[in-house]
Design a binder for this molecule. Structure first.
Ligand SMILES: C[S@@+](CC[C@H](N)C(=O)[O-])C[C@H]1O[C@@H](n2cnc3c(N)ncnc32)[C@H](O)[C@@H]1O
Length: 272
């Protein structure tokens, strides 16, 4: 383990473990699911909005891990900047610009992106200061007319415990969800393969729709659209931009809803 783990977070098993308890070797085994399709469907086709046509659509991936999603996003034409606090994770991310930093402490000096991606339930960080800081970092780095794509837990995520699902070569089990206060749980996840076993314990803050919207608003963001039937993928926009976007919709049909997107429908069926 290279660094101190975050309070309430830990991991066991072979190889390097990140401060939030993730095992690098485990994440190297996982293939992308529907995430790249959901992300690509959510972002209008064409060049970026920042005038950087040579770069295409710029995307800041927060908490990129070993680049499981980075590679397919690059294949879909995004110009990705990948951020993670773990050097052992980042060592596996190749072919894109990488930045080692906490998300909450990230400051790229005024650089803005067409898309900021906050996947992997990182919006549920247990520490309130970290949680607020992560959303402020999203706002700080998204263009005023850009979008923040957030993957959050489904409404029943904490209730369907224990549960397990099969990955390509192993089993993922959400073994327990123990309340530590009114809206935070300590989650234990087990990953089992024939030749290895990892565990991760982490804190997860539960949102209602109201508290989710309030957390975004405190960072200057507003929910623009729920992208998948299970409610787990959300597009947020900077508040001023969200108002303008809403007005545009007042005069036209929505561009799409989650039902229009095959990837979103598939993701809704395969929710973890
Ligand atoms: C569960 S892994 C998922 C990685 C990637 N998003 C994926 O889907 O494959 C979470 C990653 O986020 C990183 N991470 C978690 N909290 C972070 C924070 N506050 N700042 C920077 N990195 C963080 C961890 O080091 C880890 O690599």
């Amino acid at each position: 383990m290279s660094e101190a783990t975050r309070t309430g977070y830990s991991g066991t098993g072979p190889g390097a473990i990140t401060p939030d308890g993730c095992a690098v070797e485990h994440w190297l085994r996982l293939r992308p699911g529907q995430e790249p399709e959901i992300i690509a469907s959510a972002v209008p086709a064409g060049a970026g909005i920042l005038g950087t046509t040579l770069l295409g659509t710029t995307l800041l991936e927060l908490g990129c891990g070993v680049g499981r999603l980075t590679r397919p996003l690059v294949e879909r034409g995004f110009t990705v900047t990948a951020v993670d606090e773990s050097p052992e994770m980042l060592a596996h991310v190749t072919g894109v610009r990488t930045i080692r930093s906490t998300i909450e402490g990230l400051d790229l000096g005024g650089e803005r992106f067409d898309v900021v991606l906050l996947a992997s339930f990182l919006v549920h960080a247990g520490d309130p200061a970290v949680r607020a800081g992560i959303l402020r970092a999203c706002r700080r780095h998204v263009a005023d007319a850009g979008q923040v794509l957030i993957q959050r837990e489904s409404a029943d995520w904490h209730l369907r415990v224990p549960r397990e699902s099969r990955t390509e070569h192993g089993v993922t089990r959400v073994a327990s969800a123990d309340p530590v206060d009114a809206d935070t749980s300590s989650i234990l996840v087990e990953y089992e393969y024939e030749d290895a076993r990892w565990t991760q314990r982490f804190l997860s803050h539960r949102y209602t729709e109201e508290s989710f919207a309030a957390a975004l608003a405190a960072a200057g963001l507003a929910v623009d659209e729920v992208l998948t039937e299970d409610g787990t993928w959300v597009r947020a926009r900077p508040m001023a931009g969200a108002v303008a976007y809403g007005r545009r919709h007042a005069h036209s049909h929505r561009w799409w809803t989650w039902q229009d997107r095959p990837a979103a429908r598939a993701a809704a069926r395969g929710a973890w």
